[in-house]
Design a protein around this ligand. Sequence first.
Ligand SMILES: CC(C)(COP(=O)(O)OP(=O)(O)OC[C@H]1O[C@@H](n2cnc3c(N)ncnc32)[C@H](O)[C@@H]1OP(=O)(O)O)[C@@H](O)C(=O)NCCC(=O)NCCS
Length: 284
Amino acid sequence: MAQKIARARWFFDRTSWVPTVEELNFALSSIHPEERDRVMKYVFYKDAIATLSGRLMIRKFLAEATGLPWADIAVGRDENEKPIFPSDISLQFNVSHQGKYTIFAGESSGAKVGVDIMEIKYTGGKPLKEFFRLMSRQFSKQEWEKIHENSLPTRQERTFYRLWSLKESYIKATGVGMKVPLKDIDFRINSPLKSVAEFVEDTELFLEGEKQENWKFQEVLIDENYGACVAIHCQSEELKNYPCLPFCEVMAQDLLKFCTTALPADEKAAEDLFKKYLESEDRK
Ligand SMILES: CC(C)(COP(=O)(O)OP(=O)(O)OC[C@H]1O[C@@H](n2cnc3c(N)ncnc32)[C@H](O)[C@@H]1OP(=O)(O)O)[C@@H](O)C(=O)NCCC(=O)NCCS
């Protein structure tokens, strides 16, 4: 199987798409049955589209990187449910979704990749102090010091969610899920986040007190309220010059043009999903 050098950083904004039933039908019949079942289990349109757009991004990346026909691309899941490409060629990728965004990072370099997107402000109902108290065991002493470095609650929330996203990106690159206590994944932030689309790359990871030289974290704002973090794991020599790739917006049409029907159409599923769209906030 041919493999091209492939790197991708994409984001999809769900609210940029006003779908038709036909488009939903086409998209749903372009993914495999178990993927479609997963999409259709969601009660809300926003959650269904988050998963559907992620699946389409994965398939677009694999189709571009391998040259394989769309219908021959099999996306599997490992024992921890991480989506993988079961093949003898190394294509690493990961998806994250929150709010209106789905983001994707893919690499053919052999490096492990994890990605996370997070709204960097507190939207819970409890007072912030109480929320921090409940989360106290998830962060290390140094991380809490960093969160409280600035006395402004808005700055504290930003640092809190930035650290959370760093931890998630690491967990997602390793694929192990919640097997490692979050507190033991200990980050040292050295620079504030920059303006939208400008990367910060000097955050360090410590495990059991030891700085991890084989990890790099590329952090960037997708917009003023959403931060993305890409965790990369490879040999430390390669990491020194590991370039940041800007996140590009992909539109629904970019995803759909790659699709070819892999499944018989399921008009009922498309109509159900369209109904969820009509009832959603996006439509109102
Ligand atoms: C796997 C896990 C990391 C996903 O994170 P999440 O923040 O819930 O969700 P995201 O939107 O970032 O990622 C979801 C996507 O990750 C991928 N994914 C699923 N399992 C995965 C795994 N084990 N490893 C990596 N990626 C995984 C899938 O593509 C999934 O999308 P899908 O459900 O549409 O198929 C999550 O299940 C988990 O264990 N989270 C930790 C929860 C927590 O308490 N974190 C606090 C940090 S301070």
